[in-house]
Design a protein around this ligand. Structure first.
Ligand code: SF4
Ligand code: SF4
Ligand code: SF4
Length: 273
């Protein structure tokens, strides 16, 4: 466990950095616009947060760094290494950072050169692109704050936990639990919709199902290896989905999770066209 409490004199406010690698900037926008951020803004010192101040620097010495985005370029990788060096606690902020996000879907499907050619043709770019990966592939991550983007109450929970010198505990139950509490009809059972709620960690209050849209798994699997993608794949097969549809669905946000392919392989066999 890592906390921010330590001996200090002078300005003892926790120093916070908010950084973005390759991303849509939605997570830091969410953090910047959390209603209660005003209440705690004088209790922390934002040393680096480009969305709030152009005086920010990369990378500042901070107690807690929130890092949004996937590692998708050489520059991302260099910046991430610097951030890690200058941070006591590092939090992966949002789906891109936690699991690579939708931009990492090609992992195991297409190599980076083929993907680059598919998008940019023979154009020469100065940007040195990489296959998009979660930040944990490159540096130690202390805590994970999932979501696309994360929920306001979870952002406040994380910041509050750090402020009082404790640590944020991950949820260990699935979206289905919140979905049932919300009183939604089950669109998987009743309509055969490809909902990933049974294997995805809760925290969004079943946001998508509340809008009659099946879960695509942006928050990532429930922890402690209790996300039974194999069992859910069998259910999807019974509901009429093809093997290819099941794989694609489960890997939108899960292409970097070896457990998913292992479990799918046990049910579906090898990759199918
Ligand atoms: S996790 Fe979602 S909201 Fe956050 S940067 Fe990635 S795409 Fe944007
Ligand atoms: S709709 Fe989806 S999240 Fe809700 S109970 Fe059914 S499977 Fe679970
Ligand atoms: S229902 Fe699923 S896809 Fe929608 S916000 Fe929640 S975890 Fe993400």
């Amino acid at each position: 466990m890592m906390t921010i409490i330590e001996e200090c004199t002078g300005d003892c406010r926790p120093r916070v950095g908010v950084y973005a690698l390759t991303s849509c900037y939605g997570c830091q926008l969410k953090l910047a616009t959390v209603q209660k951020i005003i209440d705690i803004s004088n209790m922390v010192s934002f040393e680096s947060f480009y969305m709030l101040s152009s005086a920010s620097k990369m990378a500042a010495d901070v107690d807690v760094a929130f890092v949004e985005g996937s590692v998708s370029t050489e520059r991302d990788l260099e910046e991430l290494m610097e951030i890690r060096k200058h941070s006591r606690i590092l939090v992966a902020l949002g789906a891109c950072s936690v699991n690579g996000g939708v931009q990492s879907w090609a992992e195991g499907e297409m190599d980076h050169d083929a993907l680059h050619k598919c998008v940019y043709g023979d154009s020469k770019l100065t940007m040195q692109g990489l296959q998009a990966t979660p930040i944990s592939k490159h540096v130690d991550v202390d805590y994970y704050l999932p979501g696309c983007p994360p929920e306001e109450d979870e952002i406040m929970y994380f910041i509050s936990a750090f402020l009082i010198g404790t640590f944020p505990e991950p949820k260990d139950y699935p979206v289905c639990a919140e979905c049932r509490l919300a009183g939604n009809p089950c669109i998987l059972i009743e309509r055969g919709e490809p909902c990933l709620g049974p294997v995805i960690v809760a925290g969004c209050k079943a946001r998508c199902i509340g809008f009659d849209v099946p879960c695509v798994g942006c928050r990532g699997p429930v922890p402690h290896e209790t996300a039974w993608f194999d069992s859910l794949a069998q259910t999807f097969l019974r509901k009429g989905m093809t093997e290819k549809q099941i794989r694609q669905r489960m890997k939108i946000f899960g292409s970097h999770d070896p457990n998913i392919e292992r479990m799918l392989h046990s049910i579906l066999g090898g990759e199918t066209e």
